[in-house]
Design a protein around this ligand. Structure first.
Ligand code: COA
Ligand code: AMP
Length: 640
């Protein structure tokens, strides 16, 4: 029997009592004045008046309670053929020392620090060192280009940047330092200092007066016994900023607070993921994404579990058995990854033959998130791994699952295609265009009734107005997830599609609006439309349609290649923007709105209706023909 219904009902009946009890699992320097203040902030604030420190809760507290000798972090890097681990005592020393170095290079409480690093233990140390001194980190994913980094520099205005000389992407070496230098050159805001970790496979030239050698600084600090203690911060102080794609080129700076973040994440480890302190929890994501923040860095450590930093891919490092090797070698209890990783494995090893080479007896549960988990992928994983496969739904903004199947409370029956039920603290309604809840089975926008539970974003960095406009103004009394879906008669949630320009490519959230802005920078492009088309492996892939300026006679394929390169250079390889095609015209409504939805349906070969407001129906035929020429789409005519 699952305790879910009883626990969820308690969280609804008296949210303050529910979260005050959950907060007992966190150490506080000072208790809160109120559990929740509905008048503070944009929709209320959790734990105002309380004081705490996240790094203390992740590290020192466990050492004090006798967990010092247990592994806190395991680094497994097939791309460098190396492994290393840190106990809680060792990680505490590393973080306290790095925190001392940060203070010495001029970082103070409340200052922002950008972390632009590959998947190495120092990335987690950087995040925790910031938390230790009350600095606000902003981790930027390594797959973003210099321009994206520059945008974040100008918004967060960091005092310092922590980076590494290179990352390793399968067989490709990614030199980080030139990207970092370019970003600093492009940005108006300049950091005072950069701490650069030199990796032996590709060392970087350091800029005198600005760049410091990470290893040397840490070595010197250790020789001098230099360590920083844990600063006291308010529960409502920002712990970090994580930029995520919105509908324009300007990413949204999602703010995470300190106290509510710890309370929510700690609660999930036992109740949602079913993990006990001392067990190994592996999130095969990247610290640049929210999943990496919450479940590589913070939650496992808050819980006294062991986390894994994996520098590799699900396939190709060296093969589709990589995940099973890591699970077996490190005795992983639960793995959290994106469905796309499993689709990649399934493609390489359809029969799951490599699974048999490893002892997975200690492995209990697979968790999937980041994009819709298609039933075929779930069934394949269930069949070959013989463990429950749990889809759960969340966003950068929430920082933890909005809906899931709570393994620790007792699993509910799985319904394929559904991430199951709302987690405590979340009241989910399906809303019509006017913001009225609709009946079970009907599709609408998935809204979360305000206030959001602890751990969710209180606002956007330096931009309360954009927070209100993006999330709470469309539907009175609700946070709009910008996801469309429905709930069935049993209350199960189904998340079907985004309602905005955001697409999901290999579990990475990207903005087609932003890609259009970049494409428009090409001198020969008059106008463009970028849409997300279905892809068997990555879920979605961007496809760009460009109309050239009158009089352009250059080779169209050459222009297309330049546009592809432009997006890669400006946004980064992670955009996976490889599909672009010159068209004569874009289909529009009579009022000039590009019919992106209809184009997407044609590209995906789905049934589509001729829009009543279309300006010239013939253009859709042209688009269908172009797509056909590229081996995409199937229907050249409307179904009705
Ligand atoms: N630094 C630099 N470049 C990066 C990068 C990083 N950290 N991460 C990805 N890239 C590059 C890739 O090398 C690739 O470049 P290419 O065009 O030269 O091949 C490009 O960005 C696109 O990457 P991706 O879409 O991830 O494709 P892939 O073919 O490299 O890998 C998967 C496909 C499925 C194996 C991979 O996307 C994956 O493991 N996804 C899981 C996603 C995830 O963990 N999401 C977090 C939510 S749980
Ligand atoms: P991100 O902020 O990068 O984590 O992306 C969040 C978006 O990914 C959500 O708004 C959804 O569109 C999508 N998403 C995440 N998890 C799921 C899931 N389990 N099912 C369906 N969509 C999901």
């Amino acid at each position: 029997m699952s305790r879910y219904a009883e626990v969820y009902a308690a969280s609804q009946r008296d949210p303050e009592a529910f979260w005050a009890e959950a907060a007992q699992d966190v150490s506080w320097y000072k208790r809160w004045d109120k559990v929740f203040d509905p008048y503070a902030g944009q929709y209320g604030r959790w734990f105002p008046g309380a004081e705490c420190n996240t790094a203390y809760n992740c590290l020192d507290r466990h050492v004090e309670k006798g967990r010092g000798g247990q592994k806190a972090l395991i680094y497994d890097s097939p791309v460098t053929k190396s492994q290393r681990s840190y106990t809680y005592s060792e990680l505490t020393l590393e973080v306290a020392t790095l925190a001392g170095v940060l203070i010495d290079i001029g970082v103070k409480k409340g200052d922002r620090v950008i972390v632009y690093m590959p998947m190495i233990p120092e990335a987690v140390m950087a995040m925790l060192a910031c938390a230790r001194i009350g600095a606000v980190h902003s981790v930027v994913f390594g797959g973003f280009a210099a321009t994206e980094l520059a945008t974040r520099l100008d918004d967060a205005k960091p005092v310092a940047i922590l980076s590494a000389s290179c990352g390793i992407e399968g067989a490709r070496m990614v030199a980080y330092k030139p990207l970092l230098d370019k970003a600093i050159e492009l940005a108006k805001h300049k950091p005072n200092a950069c701490l650069v970790l030199q990796r032996p496979m590709l060392e970087a030239a350091l800029t005198s007066g600005r760049d410091f050698d990470w290893a040397e600084a840490v070595k010197l600090a250790k020789a001098n016994g230099r360590k920083a203690g844990c600063a006291t911060v308010a529960a409502t102080d920002p712990a970090y900023i994580l930029y995520t794609s919105g509908t324009t080129g300007q990413p949204k700076g999602v703010v995470r607070d300190t106290g509510g973040h710890m309370v929510a994440l700690k609660w999930t480890m036992k109740n949602l993921y079913g993990i006990e302190p001392g067990e190994v929890f592996w999130s095969a994501s990247d610290v640049g994404w929210v999943v990496g923040h919450s479940y590589i860095c913070y939650a496992p450590l808050l819980h006294g579990a062991t986390t894994i930093v994996y520098e590799g891919k699900p396939v190709g490092t060296p093969d589709a058995g990589a995940f099973w090797r890591v699970i077996a070698e490190h005795n992983v209890s639960a793995l959290f990854t994106a469905p796309t990783a499993f689709r990649a494995i399934k493609k390489e090893d359809p029969e799951g033959k490599l699974i048999g080479n490893y002892d997975l007896r200690g492995f209990r549960t697979l968790f999937l998130a980041g994009e819709r988990a298609d039933p075929e992928t779930i069934k394949w994983a269930e069949r070959h791994l013989g463990v429950p496969v749990i889809d759960h739904w969340w966003q950068t903004e929430t920082g933890w699952a909005i809906a899931g199947n709570p393994v620790g409370l007792g699993m509910l029956p799985v319904k394929y295609g559904s991430p199951t039920v709302p987690m405590p603290g979340y009241t989910i309604d399906v809303l019509d265009d006017k913001g009225k809840p609709v009946a079970a089975g009907q599709t609408g926008t998935l809204g979360i009734k305000l206030p959001m539970p602890p751990g969710c974003l209180p606002t956007l960095w330096g931009n309360d107005a954009r927070f209100r406009k993006s999330y709470v103004e469309d539907f009175s009394g609700y946070y709009s997830t910008s996801d469309a879906g429905y709930r069935d008669a049993d209350g199960y949630v189904y998340v079907m599609a985004r309602t905005d320009d955001v697409i999901n490519v290999a579990g990475h959230r990207l903005s087609t609006g932003q890609m259009e802005e970049v494409v428009a920078q090409h001198k020969d492009v008059a106008e463009s439309a970028v849409i997300g088309v279905a892809d068997d492996m990555k879920g979605q892939l961007p496809a760009g349609f460009i109309v050239l300026n009158a009089g352009v006679t250059r080779d169209e394929r050459e222009i297309e290649a330049e546009v592809v390169k432009l997006v890669r250079d400006v946004i980064g390889p992670v955009a996976a923007f490889k599909n672009v095609m010159v068209v004569k015209r874009l289909p529009k409504t009579r009022s000039g709105k590009v019919l992106r939805g209809t184009m997407r349906a044609i590209a995906d070969g789905e049934p589509w209706l001729m829009p009543a407001t279309i300006d010239d129906p013939a253009i859709l035929e042209e688009i269908a023909d172009t797509l056909k020429g590229r081996g995409m789409g199937s229907k050249a005519s409307p179904s009705v």
